[in-house]
Structures are given as structure tokens and as C-alpha cells.
Design a binder for this molecule. Structure first.
Ligand code: KG4
Ligand code: ZN
Length: 338
């Protein structure tokens, strides 16, 4: 079954054709990052406009690269939430138009579900159940993936998402938006023990996170240094920050796996590209004899192929919608459609 899949939840306009949820026939991403960089973050109004401009070209290219035409695909899948509402609406309305014009089933896909499904594109043998750490610019969750469309969130951030903390810390260190990748690079040349940051426990669950205190600690260090006219060692600060984030994420995920009896751990979302997190998780999973699955770097950030992967399993579970599908800015992962 071939699915044409569309993603426009934030600052990438993306389309792909995916076969049976596992085989990527094409994957085209038009990123807007260079433009949002000028403002130090995503400007929602600009994002919506660029999606409008790019979505037809990206879709045509995805179909062409997959060697098919609209009539050859079996269904259309689209991200309908969570995300920026104006950005989501572009993908949702475009997908509705295509589905109606070509008389194809329309499949709504939750953005975090699709980040998890990115792993199905890279690991042919991977199947639920497993425990997943989803870390992106907007979310940090530990999720029990009981089946392809059955999820229970057991840990979440109380404030900033991991990616958000990365981007804010990067900004104060003078790196461009989005800063995660720049901190990752600087951290490779720094000492992770140079600064000590605490790792707070929060909330009702031992698997919850809080990153705003860590972000504030980095901001304060940077401001104090600049007030005193001192030079900060950015590499050391980046390495210490990265070590702390990776340690908190790894420790809580591993604890959850032990407590709940999971031996299979999966990483997902933009921050799963982080080299410190990947290395620490690899080492700790080896020590505990857990299987670890991570997406290839090209599938960590937002893309259309992951939407096609999850779209296939949504379709098999009967999640097909009519023309009344709406976009949802906030949407729990437990809601397949609203
Ligand atoms: O999943 P994603 O592409 O978009 C959302 O759904 O939010 O995640 C974007 C986030 C940004 O905060 C970005 O800085 C972060 O992922 N990110 C990284 C790395 N690459 C991307 N964070 C740390 N290290 C990286 N290598
Ligand atoms: Zn995302």
C-alpha cells in the first residue's frame, strides 16, 4: 500500500511516498530555518505563508521521485496536530483537497506518533511493545508504546521541552536558531564535568522532567560572566549542559524500563539526533542488556516519511476521516483523531 504523506506542523514543509509503512519511495523536505534564524525562533505567520508557497512543489517532487502520480497512491496521510495551528491548517486543507479530488482515503496522523514511527523506517524488525523517549522542540515524553496505535504517557516535562531548553541555552551562548545542533558540536570540544548542574526531580511521577531550571542556570552563568567582563568557555558550558540533559533523560527512561519490565527502548524526535544522548543511551542499554533503537539522523527531525510510516498503521486500525478533519494545536498522543 502506497501512502502520500504530508507534514507542515512547524517550520518544514514535507511530503513523502511510503510503502507499507516501512519502505521510503521518496522523502522531500523544504526547510524554512534560514528565514526563521533571522528572528531567533519560528515566526508562526511566516511559517504558514511559506507552507502555502511550498506545499504543491514539495508534493509534486515527492510523487515524481517515487515514480508515481496521484492516482497511483492508495491513501493520503497528514499531520493534524499538535503544532502551530496556521502551519497545520495548510497541510490539513491541502490533504483534504487531494483526497477529495483523487477520491482517496484520508488518514490523520499525530505528530509525536509519527516521530516514533520514524524508527519503523530504519529498523525492519522493530515492532511494539516498547518504551519510547520522545524528545523534540515542543515535547519531552516517556511513552509506553503498547501497540502501533496504543500509547500511554508515563513521564513528561513540567516546563520546557528538552529541545526548547537546548535552543534557549544556545541563544544565550550566541549560537543561531535552532541551537541544539550547535551545542552538540561545541560539546564535542568541551569538558562535561566543568560545570555542575543539578538534576531536579518533579511532579507525581519519577519519570517526569523539568528543564527550565537548567536553562536558567546557563542563562545566569552567561549573564554573570558578561557583567564581569569575563570570557566564558562555551565548549565547557555546552558539554556540561549536554551531559546533564542526556543524564536526566537516560536515567529516567532506564528506570521506567526496569520498573515496567521493558527490554526494548526507542528514541524519537529532533533531540534524538543529539550525539551525547545517543552515546549515553547506547552505553547504558548495553550495560543493562536492553535493545536500543534510534532513527537515522535524517529521520530525527520533521519529515514526511515518518507520517507515511505511522499513517499506514493508523489506516490498518481503521483511522480514516472525512472532510470535517480539523487541525489541533494541542493534542494528547492518546487521541488518534478529534
Ligand atoms: O522534532 P523536531 O524536529 O521538531 C519538533 O517537533 O519540535 O525537533 C526540533 C528540536 C529543536 O529544538 C532542535 O534544536 C533540536 O530538536 N535538535 C537537537 C539536535 N538536532 C536538533 N538538539 C540537540 N542536539 C541535536 N543534535
Ligand atoms: Zn517534530
Amino acid at each position: 500500500m502506497k501512502i502520500l504523506s504530508l507534514e507542515s506542523s512547524c517550520d518544514e514543509t514535507a511530503a513523502a511516498v511510503v510503502e507499507d509503512g516501512r519502505i521510503v519511495l521518496s522523502n522531500v523536505v523544504a526547510t524554512q530555518i534560514e528565514e526563521h534564524k533571522l528572528y531567533g525562533g519560528v515566526v508562526p505567520e511566516i511559517a504558514s505563508r511559506r507552507h502555502c508557497e511550498n506545499i504543491i512543489g514539495v508534493t509534486e517532487e515527492a510523487l515524481e521521485k517515487a515514480g508515481c502520480r496521484l492516482k497511483d497512491v492508495d491513501a493520503i496521510a497528514v499531520t493534524f496536530g499538535p503544532g502551530l495551528i496556521g502551519a497545520l491548517l495548510v497541510g490539513v486543507n491541502f490533504a483534504k483537497g487531494l483526497a477529495m479530488a483523487a477520491d482517496k482515503p484520508l488518514i490523520p496522523v499525530h505528530h509525536l506518533r509519527s516521530h516514533i514511527a520514524a524508527n519503523y523506517l530504519c529498523h525492519a524488525q522493530l515492532k511494539p511493545p516498547f518504551l519510547c523517549l520522545v524528545v523534540s522542540g515542543g515535547h519531552s515524553h516517556i511513552i509506553e508504546v503498547k501497540d502501533y496505535t496504543d500509547f500511554t504517557v508515563i513521564g513528561r516535562t513540567y516546563d520546557d521541552a528538552a529541545g526548547e531548553a537546548y535552543d534557549k541555552a544556545a541563544r544565550v551562548l550566541g549560537f543561531p536558531y535552532p541551537g541544539g545542533i550547535y551545542i552538540d558540536e561545541a560539546a564535542k570540544h568541551g569538558n562535561p564535568k566543568a560545570y555542575h548542574f543539578s538534576q531536579p526531580k518533579v511532579g507525581d511521577s519519577p519519570y517526569d522532567f523539568s528543564f527550565s531550571g537548567l536553562k536558567t542556570a546557563v542563562v545566569n552563568l552567561a549573564h554573570n560572566a558578561s557583567q564581569k567582563g569575563e570570557e566564558l568557555n562555551k565548549n565547557d558550558l555546552a558539554a556540561s549542559f549536554q551531559y546533564t540533559v542526556a543524564k536526566v533523560l537516560t536515567d529516567r527512561t532506564i528506570q521506567a524500563a526496569k520498573d515496567l519490565g521493558y527490554h526494548k527502548i526507542v528514541l524519537a524526535g529532533g533531540v534524538s539526533a543529539n550525539s551525547g544522548l545517543r552515546t549515553m543511551m547506547t552505553d547504558v542499554c548495553k550495560q543493562n542488556q536492553f535493545e536500543l533503537y534510534m532513527p537515522e539522523l535524517k529521520y530525527c527531525g520533521d519529515n514526511g516519511a515518518m507520517v507515511g510510516a505511522q499513517g499506514y498503521y493508523e489506516y490498518l486500525s481503521g483511522n480514516i476521516v472525512k472532510m470535517d478533519l480539523n487541525a489541533c494545536a494541542s493534542l494528547p498522543i492518546t487521541e488518534a483523531v478529534r
